[in-house]
Structure formats: C-alpha cells, structure tokens
Write a protein that binds this ligand. Structure first.
Ligand code: KIV
Ligand code: NA
Length: 283
C-alpha cells in the first residue's frame, strides 16, 4: 500500500475533501488505523493520559515518544505519520526544537512533527524546524501542554480578544511554514474564521464542523476505557464509535469464571497430546 504524503493531503485540501486523523501509540493500534484508511496517524502526547494514566501530558518525555513512535511505525505503512514534540523538548530554543524533531524522524520513523502554541517563540521554533527540512503541524486553541498557565482543560477562543488571538496564531504558524494546524476546543465560529484565514488545512477536535479535517484520540473513539471513578471521563466532544472497553471487560470476566469452574481449557484448547505410542510410558 502506498504511503500518504503531504502531496496527497494538499490535493485533498484543494478538492475540499475532509481529512481524517486518529492517534495511535503502539503496534496493534497502528495496524488498526492503517487498515481503516484514515489519512493521518498522530502519535500524540495524549499517550501520557490514555496509556500511561497521567492526569496531564506534561510528564511525557522525548524518550517515551520515541518508544511509541517506533512501535507505531512498525505497524502503520500507509497513513502519514506525525509525532508530537512533548512538553520540554522544544521550548528552550529553535535549536532544541530542531534536535528533538530530528530524533522523531530519524529514530522514531515519523514523517512530520507537531508542536503546540502560537506565540512568537513557538512560531520561531516551527520556522526553524521547517527550515531544517521537517514538516511541522501547528496546534492552537486548547493546548494541553500549557495547562499550568491556562488553569485547566478549558475551551479557548470564547471572547473576541481570545478568538482574534487564535486566528493570529494560526496565521503566524502558516507563515512559519506549518503544513496544517490543529484547532482544539474552540467554538465553531472561531474554527470557521481560522479555516478561511489560512490556506493550509485545519484539523479540528472539539472545534465543530467548519474545519478541513477532524481528529480524535484512539482510546476515546473506540470506547476503550471504563475509567476508574477518579478519572475524568471521555471528553464531551468525542463521539464513541464502539464500546471496546465493555468487550474487553466481559472477555476477562468470562476467562476468570471458566478457570474457576474448570471449563477452560477444554479439549479444543488442549492441543499438545502425547503420540499414541508413548502413552504407555506415562500411564
Ligand atoms: O496528543 C494528542 O492526542 C493530540 C490531539 C488531540 C490533536 O494532540
Ligand atoms: Na498532543
């Protein structure tokens, strides 16, 4: 199967065909995303929350990301692969951003990287990485790595001043060379404004229908998690397309019960019998 490239994505955008993007973090989820025909696979730093059980994305390291990126790259041959630059791996200087992005490509097998934020320093980082020959996706609106200064996972761009900031950030990221921009948790009117203000695809999450594409987190989309009661539930904007978590839980309960009552393993799952001739020796 042919790999999706920036040229394919650009052609879709020109034809006004919506672009689909999903996260994945390991070999099996990457294989599933590959088979689905989804255009872009994001190895998101949301891995820290949905796989590692952290409350935020802040603890995720570049080494964590590289481990997940390599596993995904082995499972996904077809989608365009993007790796998130994690918190602390690109803020210090454009040079640091280039070094971290380079590792996600060379060691992680990614096709491109994503970084969060649209202030002057982030725009400079995006420009430097792009000029180093690495495709960069921007990310504005709710940027979870900024939770410390945002004061929580809250929708963004809900005042005129904030909305203008979102549009300006997106334009600045486009000028810096970003090939696409994620819009997270902003009102539909703001997504519409950004989408018409830039000439690169916008990929929305909790941002309504007026984007060039949509992204969801794998575990949320498939309904993987039956969250323990102390964990924040699946975000409001996420549509659950399945209830995989229920299937997993039932399978585990069935196994436990069948072991307890001796039903498992039956003859069908007891393949390694002795050859007829040798049976006597163990009798
Ligand atoms: O880490 C992630 O999953 C993301 C998407 C929500 C865009 O950044
Ligand atoms: Na992310």
């Amino acid at each position: 199967p042919k790999r999706v490239t920036l040229r394919h994505l650009g052609a879709k955008y020109k034809r006004k065909e919506p672009i689909s993007m999903v996260t994945a973090y390991d070999y099996p989820s990457a294989v599933h995303v590959d088979l689905s025909g989804v255009d872009i696979l994001l190895v998101g730093d949301s891995v820290g929350m949905v796989v590692h059980g952290h409350e935020t994305t802040l603890p995720v390291t570049l080494d964590d990301m590289l481990l997940h990126c390599r596993s995904v790259a082995r499972g996904a041959q077809r989608p365009f692969l993007i790796g998130d630059l994690p918190f602390g791996s690109y803020e210090r200087s454009p040079q640091q951003a280039i070094e971290s992005a380079t590792r996600l490509l060379k060691e992680g097998g990614m096709d491109a990287v994503k970084l969060e934020g649209g202030g002057p320093a982030r725009v400079a980082a995006a420009k430097a990485v792009t000029e180093a020959g690495i495709a960069v996706m921007g990310h504005v609106g709710l940027t979870p790595q900024a939770i410390s200064s945002l004061g929580g996972f809250r929708p963004q761009g809900r005042t005129a001043a904030e909305a203008i900031k979102v549009v300006q950030s997106a334009r600045a990221l486009e000028d810096a060379g970003c090939f696409a921009i994620v819009l997270e948790c902003v009102p539909p009117a703001v997504s519409a404004a950004v989408t018409s203000a830039v000439s690169v695809p916008t990929i929305g999450i909790g941002a309504g229908p007026h984007c060039s594409g949509q992204v969801l987190v794998y575990h949320d989309l498939v309904g993987m998690m039956q969250h323990p009661h102390w964990v924040q539930v699946t975000p409001k904007f996420c549509k659950k397309y399945a209830a995989v978590g229920t299937v997993i839980s039932q399978a585990l309960v069935d196994f436990r019960e069948e072991v307890a009552n001796g039903e498992f393993p039956g003859p069908d799952h007891t393949p390694y019998t002795l050859p007829e001739d040798d049976k006597g020796e163990f009798a």
